[in-house]
Design a protein around this ligand. Structure first.
Ligand SMILES: N[C@@H](CCC(=O)N[C@@H](CS)C(=O)NCC(=O)O)C(=O)O
Length: 220
């Protein structure tokens, strides 16, 4: 295949409707106006399709998302988002100003490294019966750190008034928090930014309740 046809091909996103990391990439595609083909990977069915031999070749961590784009395969949602940002026109997902850019990365890492992995499916499966209090504990711990940071950095969105990768990380994490029955009212800044972002089309079309693999009873 010639390079030009590789670049023109639609990206393929391996995604699970309820996966917060898949949702991050769906938001980034939507914000940039990029069309893609979605291949559902059911994290529960068949003992977890992410663990199949075939899928493990795409993402050896046996997690979603994985993305085929421009002739390469990428996993790790933040790497995917930054690749999209660096290669596609549309709103900049990382600000140009180094200080604002560092703040975006700080918030993104706080969520993507400091909260989400501790309440990920494979961790919860090891935790067993205590999974709900476990998840609540670590999400609350993370949000207690995030709330004062966002008070300082936010305008309309996480960092000032421009949408960024930090916002892309925030909304799916709040969705997870709600699934764990965390009281978001304790975090007024997080709640307000989340509500503002959920009004935007890119966050609506990528929402877990609107995906091709969303079960009928969870569709909005
Ligand atoms: N750091 C990775 C984390 C990916 C991740 O944790 N994915 C979850 C869903 S949000 C998953 O596939 N879990 C499957 C499992 O734990 O078996 C990323 O940002 O892409």
């Amino acid at each position: 295949m010639h390079l030009s046809s590789v670049c023109l091909a639609k990206p393929v996103l391996y995604s699970y409707f309820r996966s917060s990391c898949s949702w991050r990439v769906r938001i980034a595609f939507a914000l940039k106006g990029i069309e893609y083909n979605l291949v559902p990977v059911n994290l529960i069915k068949d003992g977890g399709q992410q663990r199949s031999e075939q899928y493990s070749k795409l993402n050896p961590m046996q997690q979603v998302p994985a993305v085929e784009i421009d002739g390469i395969t990428l996993c790790q949602s933040l790497a995917v988002i930054q690749y999209i940002d660096e290669t596609r026109p549309g709103p900049c997902l990382l600000p140009v100003d180094p200080k604002a850019r560092a703040k975006v990365r700080m918030i993104s890492d706080l969520i993507a490294s400091g909260i989400q992995p501790i309440q990920n499916l494979s961790v919860l499966q090891k935790v067993g019966e205590e999974k709900v209090p476990w998840g609540q504990h670590f999400i609350n711990r993370g949000f207690q750190a995030l709330e004062p940071i966002l008070k300082e950095t936010s305008g309309k969105y996480c960092v000032g008034d421009e949408i960024s990768m930090a916002d892309i990380c925030l909304v799916p994490q709040v969705y997870n928090a709600e699934r764990f029955k965390v009281d978001i009212g304790q975090y007024p800044t997080i709640r307000k930014i989340n509500e503002t972002l959920l009004e935007l089309e890119a966050f609506k079309v990528s929402h877990p309740s609107h995906q091709p693999d969303t079960p009928a009873n969870l569709q909005a």
